[in-house]
Design a protein around this ligand. Sequence first.
Ligand code: ADP
Length: 490
Amino acid sequence: MVAIYKSLIKSQLLIGGNWCASSQSETFSVVNPATGELIAQVADATPIDAERAINAAVCAQPGWAEKTANERSWLLRRWFDLVMQNQEALALLLTSEQGKPLAESRAEIAYGASYIEWFAEEAKRNYGDVIPPLTNNQRIQVIKQPVGVVAAITPWNFPCAMLARKLAPALAAGCVILAKPAAETPLSALALGQLALDAGIPAGVINILPTTRAQAIGEVFTANSKVRKLSFTGSTLVGKKLIAQCAGDVKRITLELGGNAPFIVFDDADLDAAVTGAMVAKFRNAGQTCVCANRFYIHQAIYEVFCEKLAAAMQMLVLGNGMVEGVTTGPLISRSAANKAQAFVDDALQRGARLVYQGDVQTSATESFAQGHFFPPTLLAEVPQDARLAREEIFGPVAGLIRFSTEEQVIQLANASDYGLACYVYTRDVNRIHRLSDRLQTGMLGINTGLISNAAAPFGGIKQSGWGREGSHYGMDDYVNIKYLCEAFS
Ligand code: ADP
């Protein structure tokens, strides 16, 4: 099995179309979170490497921007085809470095690729505008131009898709990119880089810098005024620092930050559909997504039934190595992530929550758990609103149920958060759906569904969940400057 993806393992920096060692010849280990096994030693980029990459990107920028939209579209399409032709190998690589079950990895590769396909098409539709002028001797035109060199910093939870979501619109708009993947999962990003080269995307258009020096590399990106934009997906804490760093030269910035998604089930909902949606929204990627259901608000009239049904569904989850057929829940990314999940459970229990169900780490697995960072799927009821489970992003397979009685009350509870990324609502009342759509403070609302992400839709948040949108025709906006031309004629 390993042989399938070995040819796609790249372990050096991609700068100006060349694979190269770090300036200090240093490397770091990439380890399988399910087994603790070493997968690769990867070059550890330094600030000097980041400067080299910026220079390579600056050189590549004019040539890429001058290509016609059709040429860029065609290259993106070729890249999409290569990613899909290598879907299985990329999925195996992804599961080995990130831990998610193979079926989810296959889905992530297809999901990431769908952004490349989408923006291959959008590249040709990056339309400007002609606006009726205020006088008859004027013509007002609007054109869109690439912002220039873009830096992208991405997290470990979707190492392929989070990067594809930035690379594809940037390239479609005519920008070139410097990508810094998370140190836990650099291999998927590097493999995407190789496939982009294979597709014929010119040298220097995509530069990839795996590193353990996230802060130092981030400082180089933000301090250098040749970098005209930063696109970041990660924690709100780091996002705030990057906003401050970008203030120096008023760099444009797109931020996809943390979430604390409410999952609301009313007493008129289809409860089986709500349980199905809850399983997807909570347990995909072992709970490690920014749109994961974080707070379950269940109407008091159906609270006990929903709790029983969810516990029954959770008993079907199989914890283990994502490479093993039938496993539905992989390890968490690190020991500290598993410790944090435990601390959240302990905190809720101390505040009076009730443990309804917890999977068994020892028996539900097919392999040794000694080296893996596993945490069992856990269901708690009667979680108080002030518990950490309700206030902070969990990023683990722990679900906590909170009881509510009225629509007004649950709107207040759902909105009582600094975050506003995703929200899910289950109800059959169409009037209520419209009221909630207006009043819930969120960038995205799943109505009778637990799965909302796709390339055709604008992904993003409000409040401290971020700025900007990824995917859809709105996704190009973040990578273009609008220029207005005022032409007088007689
Ligand atoms: P997470 O909790 O998901 O790891 P982080 O915000 O810490 O969230 O990490 C997301 C990405 O941001 C990763 O690529 C990480 O290496 C990078 N990162 C972390 N700290 C900084 C920083 N100070 N400056 C720039 N990038 C950073």
